[in-house]
Each structure stands twice: as structure tokens, then as C-alpha cells.
Design a protein around this ligand. Structure first.
Ligand code: ATP
Ligand code: MG
Length: 367
């Protein structure tokens, strides 16, 4: 049996509650996949500040490097809001992603049939949506220099810089094409090429990368019109790829389609997954639900664990190439939802919600 080393970083708030279900699921799937999961855990974010005075320790980064994958819960909470930005819980997570060189953030948004009426959008718009946002995570406006806010005698002035190199664009777009090849074979490259130089370069490089994937269709979309189509005709999309800031905004917008923030998983990778499913090659990844620490419901055992559970499914798919096991997990979640079972965030009036642990158990039973 092959051993898989997973570092668990439960973090703060509901992080530990939802991560416990993801862990239990992987453990339960071990025998069927021929894998033995060996877990270690560590503190990150506010929990690490309380215990060690820092949101991210060197030891934690090193432990992540020694692992095949990291499963993370969530970081942050009002308790640490008084701290300066650079020492807050969120800085720990940003630091970890950066140290590990995770340049690609993948956020699949799949609308479960049973939840087509859970979104504020019309069911006929969201039913059947199955898209994947690929966001460049380590470049662009969030890291470009100069970046400063100057409070001078002549008044205040601020600048941010949006740099991208050809190589940075090519590696993220290439990853999007590899993923699209295994899906419905369409890539939408999002830019603002009518205004921005970086977007013009983005469009050129995307077109060049596309020539290596004749079986995949490339579509260019301006970010403004893309934002509109995401909520008017979201089924148009398969894989979307974009720079850091656009990805930040559009992936939150796309989250609305799924019905609850608690539904969504994510992966941060530093390369393209092995192209052959089931291949022994492993791709390191950091997997985490999209939602935050949800301090308003923490400690009550009512959080929706689906985002964390689907993050574990992504770990199976992209770090381990276990496509069948990943699909089985997704089908098990769909089954539980089809049976009318809901956590509190999804339960309408008249539905008695189940707790985090109970939902997790029902998924394991079916996976
Ligand atoms: P952060 O700043 O950490 O990103 P946030 O303010 O964006 O946090 P969350 O902490 O994710 O947001 O919470 C936003 C709202 O969604 C809260 O009301 C929270 O209770 C709810 N929520 C988030 N995740 C879940 C979940 N897994 N199950 C149920 N409700 C959730
Ligand atoms: Mg948030």
C-alpha cells in the first residue's frame, strides 16, 4: 500500500469542524484506493498566533514541503482583527502559498441538481453549471512594484503596478488547457485587452499556447462582459483562466451560483496535474474550502462541510490522480443532497437541518 502524507492545518473558527469530516472521508477511502493516508497536523492563523505568537512558523512550511498535500480549514476571526495586517492570521496563509510557489488557484463551481433553487439566480440559469475558474495567484497587481500610498505635503498619492512576464502567463494558461482537455474542451481566457498592455500580452500568449492544443477551443473574453455572462449564461463556460485580480473578483461572483459559500472547494497548485489519470506521479497541492472561518457559527457543529469534503476530492483527483475516487465522493455528496438532507445554511424553512458531523457521516456511507 502506498503511503500518502497529508498535512492538516485546521486553522480557526469552523476550520477544525469541517476539516475533521474531510480527514475522516480520506481515511475511509483508503482501502478502496490502495492508499494509506498518514496525517500530521499543525496550527496556522489565529490558532498559531495564540500558541506561538506568529500566524505561520518555519516548521509548518517545512512540514508542508515534506508532505504530498496540505488540507487547510480556514483562518482568521474578530479576535485577531486588532493586529497589523502583516501579522494577522490571513498573512500566514498568504505566506504559505507564496513559500510553496503555488501559482495556480483552481475553483470549480458545480451546481448540484438538488440545489438549483438555492441560488438567488433563477434555477433555469444555474441548473447544470459546471465550470472551473483558474486564477493566477502569485503575480500581477497584488505583487507588482512600485506599490505605495504616499501622504505627502502636496496631498496623497497611491500607485499599484500590474506586471506579467510571458513565462508567467504561459504556465497558467497551459495549465488551464491541460485541465480543459480532460473536461469539455473549452478555455475562456479573460482579459481587458482593449485597455491594458498586460492583457494584450496575455491574449497573445494565450493564443500561442492554444496552438499546442488543437482539440481545445479558445475563446477570449473581456472581463466586464464575462462578469455579466457569469450570471446570465453561466453554462457557456468550461474552464476560465485569468490574472490575479480578475480571478479574485470573478471567482467570488461565480460562487453565487452554487447556493452557499459552504459548498465550494479550491486547490492551489504549482504545476499541471499529471495528464494520465491514475499515473503514479504526484502533484503537490494545498486544498481548502473557499469559505472563511465563519466566526458567527463556529463551535456549534452546524457548518456545512461540503466545501472541505470536495476539497478532499480535489486532492484525490489532482495530487493523486484518483479520478474514480474523486468522482465517487462528488456523487456521494449529490446523493445525500438528493435525499433532501441539508445543513443549516441550505435548509429552507420546513427542513430540519443536520449537523456537520452527521452530514459528513452520510457522505462517507455513500462514497
Ligand atoms: P473571510 O474574511 O475569512 O474570507 P468572510 O467574511 O468572507 O471570511 P466567511 O467566514 O466565509 O466569510 O462567512 C461568511 C458567511 O457565510 C457567514 O455568515 C458564515 O456563517 C457563512 N458560512 C461560511 N462558510 C460556511 C459553512 N461552511 N457553512 C455554513 N455557513 C457558512
Ligand atoms: Mg472572504
Amino acid at each position: 500500500m502506498s503511503e500518502v502524507r497529508v498535512l492538516l492545518l485546521p486553522g480557526d473558527g469552523i476550520g477544525p469542524e469541517v476539516l475533521a469530516e474531510a480527514r475522516a472521508l480520506l481515511e475511509a477511502l483508503g482501502p478502496a484506493t490502495g492508499l494509506r493516508f498518514s496525517f500530521s497536523d499543525d496550527l496556522i492563523g489565529g490558532a498559531a498566533i495564540d500558541a506561538y505568537g506568529t500566524p505561520l512558523r518555519e516548521e509548518t512550511i517545512e512540514a508542508a514541503r515534506q508532505s504530498d498535500a496540505v488540507l487547510l480549514g480556514a483562518v482568521g476571526g474578530p479576535k485577531w482583527d486588532y493586529l497589523p495586517k502583516a501579522t494577522r492570521p490571513e498573512a500566514g496563509l498568504l505566506g504559505l502559498r507564496k513559500e510553496l510557489g503555488l501559482f495556480a488557484n483552481l475553483r470549480p463551481v458545480k451546481v448540484f441538481d438538488a440545489l438549483a433553487d438555492a441560488s438567488p439566480l433563477k434555477p433555469e440559469i444555474v441548473r447544470g453549471v459546471d465550470l472551473l475558474v483558474v486564477r493566477e495567484l502569485t503575480g500581477g497587481l497584488y505583487f507588482g512594484q512600485p506599490s505605495e500610498l504616499v501622504r505627502g505635503p502636496e496631498g496623497r498619492r497611491a500607485v499599484d503596478t500590474l506586471p506579467y512576464t510571458e513565462a508567467e502567463i504561459a504556465r497558467i494558461v497551459d495549465l488551464a488547457f491541460r485541465l480543459a482537455r480532460e473536461r469539455r474542451r473549452k478555455v475562456t481566457s479573460v482579459d481587458k485587452a482593449n485597455v491594458l498592455n498586460t492583457s494584450q500580452l496575455w491574449r497573445e500568449v494565450a493564443t500561442e499556447v492554444a496552438s499546442r492544443y488543437p482539440e481545445v477551443t479558445l475563446e477570449h473574453a473581456l472581463v466586464d462582459s464575462c462578469a455579466m455572462r457569469l450570471v446570465s449564461r453561466p453554462r457557456d463556460f468550461d474552464v476560465l483562466v485569468m490574472e490575479n485580480l480578475f480571478g479574485d473578483i470573478l471567482s467570488d461572483e461565480a460562487a453565487v451560483l452554487a447556493g452557499s459559500l459552504g459548498m465550494l472547494p479550491s486547490a492551489s497548485l504549482h504545476g499541471a496535474p499529471p495528464s494520465r489519470p491514475g499515473s503514479p506521479a504526484r502533484l503537490f497541492g494545498l486544498y481548502e474550502p473557499v469559505h472563511g472561518s465563519a466566526p458567527d457559527i463556529a463551535g456549534r457543529g452546524i457548518a456545512n462541510p461540503i466545501g472541505a469534503i470536495l476539497s478532499a476530492a480535489m486532492l484525490l483527483r489532482w495530487t493523486l490522480g484518483q479520478e474514480a475516487a474523486a468522482t465517487a465522493v462528488e456523487a456521494a455528496v449529490a446523493d445525500v443532497l438528493d435525499a433532501g438532507i441539508r445543513t443549516a445554511d441550505l435548509a429552507g424553512s420546513g427542513t430540519q437541518p443536520v449537523g456537520t458531523a452527521e452530514f459528513g457521516r452520510l457522505v462517507r456511507e455513500r462514497a
